[in-house]
Design a protein around this ligand. Structure first.
Ligand code: NAD
Length: 692
């Protein structure tokens, strides 16, 4: 065996050179890995008795991507392009032998190999788009040459990992190896190639699939249309499409140049900076300073849910999806039946859309049982309460659960903002009580706020964070305060949006500013969707609020075809002249001075108070770090990922800008806008939230 460097070695077996990378944990494309590939292939080619090369990795995976720590730093030795050229220009076949994941730059290296073999459990993907980047090492040029334009576009824009058998089907991988025997099968595969003595398959020279799509710009315009909604505001997806267009319309070398030019743009973009920041924030959020990694956890097997309504059903699905036994309780038989049939309906829809099989629906449903007796939760390891948002009802349930459920089990509540210390106080085991604040729809939304009460034990916190991860959620650990982190900040935006309307701004103008900022919808469109009459009482209504006025006109939102907006039969909204007139009359009557607002005014009034509230939450220790607040807003409240989250956004625009505006607001509108002490201090010290 020849050691090329610390992470690369070369051996020869029966005329096949085997270049092995061993750079734990994931064989990322660091300088030594790139240089090792370059020099390893060079060495293999020097010995003319070698007939082929197998490129294989030790450890748990093939090259799983770029070295993110090095991405913007200095590198030494051969560049990635040089290493790839060395492979591609080799005079003997180079076979990539893939296990684990071939991701990003790793897959781009595999694409420069002449052939690819993978074990069935291997996954391939180009996830750069998720970091606001694009594959900049030839991926956008080589992939369509192998799989065709349409599949390449989908692969590149989704950023998802595809399993090896599906990769074989699309032509990305040539053959499957037997699980656990990759080295043996890759050598045999290389020997077959040598025996067949066919010309080398250099992906850069394959043009058949592209020829078919030349001169068909409609492929691209249709694709752009199909992703428009999902990718609104992001930069990378459009530039990726442009790269593939370049692959179709230019020579390989010109296409590579164009990819390089566009890569330089995304690399420097604010969108990518925000998405890279989110990526690290989503890793950081699991670290709890006073709950070390080795804190014991409570073994969970059986989960109980109380309340089979909107939230209970979705929460149950999360657990059944990963194989837990779940028992759902409701006090009303019809509510229980409805809850179970909603779950079944959701699963059936997923099966119909091809997300999983019908058998899978049955096996997941078999894990969920319903009951009307709280006593059926006695042997649960964790119970999550999701009944009405009412302290009295919740206290009663926790009193009962404390008596019924075995000792050592976790008692969690899905309250949106009630005081969990108060809920815990009715039990004899407050250290086992915690908040698990899921978002609606709970089976879809990625966020859980894990709410730590005063007495919650470290074991319970650790177990809750781990289970959140296991069911595929992103978790932010927060403290007990009204609305916790997310809803407390949201309340600021809601209040100011309403105040703006009371001073003559139109709901659709505010909504549009927030939509253009990147939110899926503004607060008034949201109210129309939810229904304006939630919590409204016809008997007590007396035109005192705008909601009263609208509900009294039977404008109760989308369901009545009218709310803040008018809706056509397809529920497409348009600004309502009737509402405009009523609002202006209301403003006049209330004596508030009507103002004209610029879009910047509207945005600042809605967003800056939220940022200020975020600062207060940090100051009070309700959130551990500003990046936790950001993952909460991106994953739970539709804050656009390409803007990183409210605290990151504030760091970008400058905390001094936010502070100055809050002071202006405070002078004009009073103490609700008082800047947080932390914000003042950070500005005085010239620091950012990320340094707090
Ligand atoms: P829901 O009205 O849809 O469901 C509540 C269910 O609890 C009903 O089926 C009801 O019959 C049942 N129930 C009431 N009292 C009960 C009792 N004593 N024993 C057993 N079952 C009982 O409510 P939801 O929207 O699912 O909300 C549940 C909780 O989740 C609330 O605390 C709410 O604040 C919180 N939450 C809701 C959302 C949301 O968007 N809906 C989001 C996050 C959190």
């Amino acid at each position: 065996m020849t050691h090329i460097n610390d992470v690369t070695s070369l051996t020869v077996e029966d005329g096949i050179a085997i270049l092995t990378l061993n750079s734990p944990p994931v064989n990322a494309l660091s300088s030594p890995v790139r240089d090792g590939i370059y020099r390893g292939i060079q060495l293999a080619l020097e010995d003319k008795s070698n007939k082929a090369v197998v490129l294989i990795c030790e450890g748990r995976t093939f090259i799983a991507g770029a070295d993110l720590v090095e991405i913007s730093g200095k590198s030494t030795g051969a560049s990635l392009t040089e290493a790839q050229s060395m492979i591609e220009n080799s005079t003997i076949p180079v076979v990539a032998a893939i296990h684990g994941t071939a991701l990003g730059g790793g897959l781009e290296v595999a694409l420069t190999c002449h052939n690819r073999i993978a074990v069935p459990s291997a996954m391939c993907g180009l996830p750069e788009v998720k970091l606001g980047l694009l594959p900049g090492a030839g991926g956008t040029q080589r992939l369509p040459r192998i799989v065709g334009v349409e599949k390449a576009l989908q692969f590149l824009i989704s950023g998802e990992q595809i399993a090896a058998p599906a990769c074989v089907e699309m032509g990305l991988v040539d053959a499957l190896a037997e699980e656990g025997h990759l080295r043996r099968d890759a050598i045999a595969f290389a020997q077959q190639l040598v025996a067949a003595n066919k010309p080398l398959q250099r992906v850069r020279d394959l043009n058949d699939k592209l020829e078919a799509d030349k001169g068909k710009p409609e492929i691209f315009s249709q694709f752009r249309k199909s992703i428009a909604r999902k990718t609104r505001g992001f930069l990378a997806p459009e530039l990726i499409v442009q790269c593939v267009e370049a692959a179709v319309n230019n020579s390989f070398d010109d296409g590579i140049k164009e990819e390089g030019r566009l890569f330089a743009i995304v690399l420097k973009s604010k969108e990518s900076a925000a998405q890279l920041y989110q990526f690290f924030a989503e890793r950081e959020c699991w670290k709890i300073p006073d709950v070390p990694k080795d804190t014991p956890t409570i073994a969970l097997k059986k989960i109980g849910i109380v309340g089979a309504g909107t939230m209970g059903g979705g929460i149950a699905m999360n657990f059944a999806n990963v194989g837990y036994d779940v028992t759902i309780i409701d006090s009303k038989p019809e509510a229980l039946d409805r809850g179970l049939s909603v779950i079944k309906g959701n699963y059936d829809r997923s099966a119909k859309n091809g997300r999983f099989t019908k058998e899978e629906v049955d096996s997941r449903m078999a894990l969920i049982s319903g009951s009307l007796e709280l006593s059926d939760l006695a042997d649960c390891d964790m119970v999550i309460e999701a009944v009405f948002e009412n302290m009295k009802v919740k206290k009663q349930i926790f009193t009962d659960l404390d008596k019924i459920v075995k000792q050592g089990a976790i008692l969690a509540t899905n309250t949106s903002g009630l005081n969990i210390n108060e809920i815990a106080s009715v039990t004899n085991r407050p250290e086992f009580v915690i908040g698990l604040h899921f978002f609606s729809p709970a089976n879809v939304m990625r966020l859980v706020e894990v709410v730590r009460a005063d007495k919650t034990s470290k074991e319970v916190i650790n177990t809750s964070m781990k289970i959140a991860k296991k069911i595929g959620k992103m978790a932010g650990l927060v403290g007990v305060c009204p609305g916790f982190v997310g809803n407390r900040m949201l309340a600021q935006r809601q209040r100011e949006a309403n105040n703006l309307v009371l001073a003559g701004a139109m709901p659709w103008d505010i909504d549009k500013v927030l939509y253009d900022f990147g939110f899926p919808m503004g607060p008034f469109a949201m109210s129309d969707l939810a229904g304006l009459d939630i919590g409204w009482n016809k008997e007590k209504s007396n035109g005192q609020t705008i909601r009263d006025v609208l509900c009294e006109m039977d404008r109760r939102g989308q369901k009545t075809g009218a709310g803040y907006y008018d809706y056509d039969k397809n529920r497409v909204p348009s600004p309502s002249p009737v509402v405009e007139k009523s609002l202006l009359e209301f403003v006049k009557k209330s004596g508030v001075e009507k103002r004209n607002y610029t879009n910047d005014d509207l945005l600042a009034r809605c967003i800056y108070p939220m940022i200020n509230e975020g600062a207060k939450l940090l100051e009070e220790g309700m959130a551990i770090r500003s990046s936790d607040i950001d993952i909460i807003w991106v994953n739970g409240y539709g804050w656009p990922a390409y803007r990183g989250g409210p605290m990151f956004y504030a760091d970008q625009i400058g905390l001094d800008t936010v502070l100055a505006k809050m002071k202006e607001f405070e002078a004009e509108f009073g103490s609700a806008f008082k800047p947080s002490a932390l914000l003042e201090k950070l500005v005085a010290d010239g620091k950012k939230f990320k340094d707090a």
